[in-house]
Design a protein around this ligand. Structure first.
Ligand code: HEC
Length: 104
């Protein structure tokens, strides 16, 4: 029984670290701002949390660096529909986060 609990804890931990590798780091802020001028660290974190919770239900969480800003702008409207992610303020937070971390 103890082993099962330990295994469960480990898996949960592994799952968290697997997705949190896309979380914005404070030292990335200048790089993020070069792609998304004016983004604050706080708003990048909010966007990341929305992304992590809404965009990994059907497939793995994609690394924002897989796509350029232009590609993300094409992909996101379709995925917002699929995820039934309708709140415009939240869409903006999520979009700004992925673009700030997008491929050059
Ligand atoms: C209801 C299921 C579902 C949800 C929720 C969902 N997706 Fe997807 N996503 C898909 C499917 C299916 C595909 C592959 C086929 C396609 O492009 O329609 C896909 C593909 C993708 C791709 C690859 C696109 C490409 O052209 O290679 C990205 C990036 C992506 N999703 C991002 C997101 C983001 C960001 C969110 C959150 C807003 C999200 N997805 C939520 C179903 C979903």
């Amino acid at each position: 029984m103890k082993n099962i609990i330990a295994t469960l804890c480990l898996c949960t931990f592994a799952a968290c670290t697997a997705t949190s590798k896309f979380a914005p780091a404070a030292d990335e802020l200048p790089a993020m701002q070069s792609k998304m001028p004016g983004i604050s660290f706080d708003r990048a974190i909010q966007g990341y949390k929305l992304y992590a919770t809404n965009c990994s239900n059907c497939h793995r969480l994609h690394n924002p660096k897989e796509y350029t800003a232009i590609e993300w702008k094409k992909i996101l409207p379709e995925m917002f529909d699929k995820a039934k992610f309708k709140n415009e303020e939240n869409q903006t937070l999520l979009r700004n986060y992925v673009i700030a971390k997008s491929k050059n």
